[in-house]
Design a protein around this ligand. Sequence first.
Ligand code: ATP
Ligand code: MG
Length: 434
Amino acid sequence: MILRNAYTGDITPEMAGKEVTLAGWVHETRDLGGIFFLVLRDRKGFAQVTLFRKTTDPVLLNTVKAVSRESVVQVKGLVKTEAKAPGGYEIVPIDVKVLAPAEVPLPMDPTGKVDCELDTRLDVRYIDIRRPCALAVFEIESAVLQSLRDHFYKNGLTETFTPKIVAAATEGGTDLFPISYFEREAFLNQSPQLYKQMLMAAGMDRVFEIGPIFRAEEHDTRRHLNEAISVDVEVSFADENDVMSLLEWAVAGAYSYVKENCSKQLKAIGLDLQVPKTPFRRVTYTEALELASGAGRKSMNWGDDLDTETERFLGEKIGEHYFLTEWPSSIKPYYTLPYSDHPEVCRGFDLMHPRMELASGAQRVHDYNLLVERIKSKGLQPAGFEFYLKAFRYGMPSHAGWGLGLSRLVMTMLNLDNIRDAVLFPRDRRRLVP
Ligand code: ATP
Ligand code: MG
């Protein structure tokens, strides 16, 4: 049996006289002598429960007075119009049950009145998320996912799952977590790249996957975690421009969807969300270098990867989402397709928010011999990729795709300072619990 028949946020003053049963947490209590208030909180808001010393049953009054903050309670009572209370109503209780008392003192203050360090909040994330502004982030993330999935389904993509326990690195790098897999060594997958490409050989044509990626990167930044959720897309018979337009519509569409459907959550965060204009500006790698060096910054050589400082400079200069295109083939992974007439440049791209990279994508190499050559040119052994390479020998269509960091999208959308605020239980070098 469900222990409530209404959420606080669903009750209106027009329901005056109706009996309702609410369930939630004791946000605060106030004793004004003749009147005693209990503010009940659930995920949709607050309700003021009002008890009068003269008229309320003394047993009930004593139960409520004894309850500690953040205890879980069930309140049955009558709705009464009260302009000064949250939502314009109060509840005159008939019965209050303490379902689960909370210990005193609390490890953090969930009312937000006392500032709290990120680390302390993450240690007791289940209390931290009781704060409406923290909860709002994850309700918005869910809306973003709904919007992305809608966009993908409308564009004819099939949702897929690929393995997270794998035998080889996507890019042959060292950023892998080894695990013991019976009598062999295996790894946690750093990206679904190789598998989504194999699905192109399978004729699945247009796929997406939303799932975890694992990176054993040691750096401690505000935008990297060791476990992240990646939104991956791969489309056959398409080039990089086709999938860039799919990506910019996905991102701008998520902003519009959140603006339209999450006004309460945006208010809790205190954000007036601006939907980015599409199409996003395209800036080639070479233009980016010119922009950066023209501003008197230390000049970089063509072929150098853009460092964080340059990215930040470009972001400030451009001031909106943009694509970085036409990268040197030498800095993009082996599966990125070089232009056939000037192979030093490739069809890779990054989607940038002024603060950071959001996604990377490309038209891929689909010719077997070229792929073998590209793998070798990166100093890798084709033999290690046999399971993947084989899929290119029996009819592989041209294809393109991208991977987008979900938490980075949410973090930049909501102007959060640290990616850890956009992840329920973040995993970094120091944090493995909760
Ligand atoms: P960066 O250069 O910012 O470290 P990357 O180029 O290594 O990112 P990709 O391999 O291109 O990352 O992964 C695609 C997307 O996945 C990135 O654009 C980013 O949004 C997200 N992503 C990658 N690594 C992480 C991470 N460690 N934590 C959170 N998100 C990540
Ligand atoms: Mg990248």
